[in-house]
Design a protein around this ligand. Sequence first.
Ligand code: NOJ
Length: 568
Amino acid sequence: MFKKLWFAILLVLSLSVAAPHAGAQRKAVDAEGHEWWQHAVFYEIYPRSFADSNNDGVGDLKGITERLDYLKELGVDAIWITPCFPSPQVDFGYDVSDYEQIDPIYGTLGDFDRLVSEGRKRGIKIILDFVVNHTSDQHKWFLDAKSSRTAAHRDWYVWRDGKGPNQPPNNWLSLFGLSAWKFDPTTSQYYYHYFYPEQPDLNWRNPAVEKAMFDVTRYWYKRGVAGFRLDAVDTLFEDRKLTDNPLLPGTDKFGRPKTDEKYNKKLPEVHDVLRKLRKVADEHGAVLIGETWTSDINELKEYYGEHGNELQMPMDFMFTEVNKLSPPDFRKQIAAVDGAGGWPVYVISNHDIVRSYNRYGDGVHNDAIAKLMAALYLTLRGTPILYYGEELGMENNDPKSKDEVKDPIGKLGWPLEKGRDGERTPMQWSDGPNAGFSKATPWLPVPPSAKTHNVATEKKDPNSVLSFYRQLLALRHQQAALLDGKYIPLNEDDPNVLSYLRQYKDESILVVLNMSGTEQKVRFSLAPQGFASVKLTALLADLPGSIQASADQLSLAPFSVLIAKLSK
Ligand code: NOJ
């Protein structure tokens, strides 16, 4: 029974979590044995679009360093930078031509070292993106490989004869086009590329590839990197016999026949490599995050490893596929990952996914919904990864015509597939020209909403999405129940309001999220959780004043949030 509802909105600007430096051995940060990454908030930076220090229209590493104080105040503990290595930029960095340098458009190794040391001063760790499945076709390994059938690096990639004249070795398709095989006239063989033809797949069956790639991780660990996000791990191995994938009914949005990619995706050998990569990571106290697209929870479980010896942080993308404000669907998904035995990793957006503002917004209450979604993924048990700009309520700015498109898949699939430019636009720092990102014309245009949704404007407004994120992240760092507490779903048959407790020792925090556009009344029976009667102290509430409590009932305005501490 609720006796009283006390609103005590806590505004805490920042809190630093003491964490060991990269290179240190695994070290617990609490009595439960959790490691730093389990208490950390990660922030994904798309470096082309974050901050442009030299005003050439493309972001850079110095720009990131200049904004570390912003990230610190926001409550970020680690940043994952998408690939910043030398690259022809066909896939904007996901086509790496040298794994041990920095692309000049982003700066120098010196700039990188400075970013690491400035980050360290502020308790912010650096995570790099490791493109493990493929290199650029301009990488020296591939240039050598394609030079002759007997070249030293020939077997570092996947080469095969065609089935016949103009016939690729099998029916495998590239995610970004038609056949996954490209004919190379110099040596009259095909090479395999799951992504663009400019991204030939490495042959992970070759021990020399494994050694070279593991050495890359060692090189960056020594430079102070705290871990890696592993790109495209699903596609590391291909069936040795190159068996055709079975055809499925229908066609995809490129008009190609659908296939079941059972012979070139998620092969068991992937896990052998992950276990070995993890060993190297453990030697350096580092964390491995996985780009793990899974269709069910069992597949996700496999990425943690049978003995917790693969990825510490496989991302749960199934959460991003709940594309409506549906408490039953979220409940189901959260319960599955929370019960999977590993540490959950929540994301709601990234550089390949339409921004959450567009996916969940109803066009009228978008800011309230952005706060609602923040309150969801930042109060669950697990580690959140926040995509830059989500904290402002940045929206997608999709190209208006094919000519404007930069992302090759947008050119290829226009108009059904517009590509990923929309979710990669410049960070909105101010309401000035180019949203304060650059003095030059940015590589992608900023949307008109940058006038209202930007750091400078939102910092001044206590009700902005940014102010909400800052309060929420501060709370998350302060409250043991939010860091370590069990996730206990409540009112599981409520179709409109998602409610749960986070409970740690004798501390309990109640999270109530009205996912509907109408006022909702909820009551809780907390006797099973040990509360005969209960006092609620609101820690954070959106739309303050619109939540009213009577003795045993809460009234919630449309899309409102309540996070409250329970006491007896
Ligand atoms: C996944 C990355 O997130 C995406 O941006 C990229 O195009 C592909 N992997 C290929 O590297």
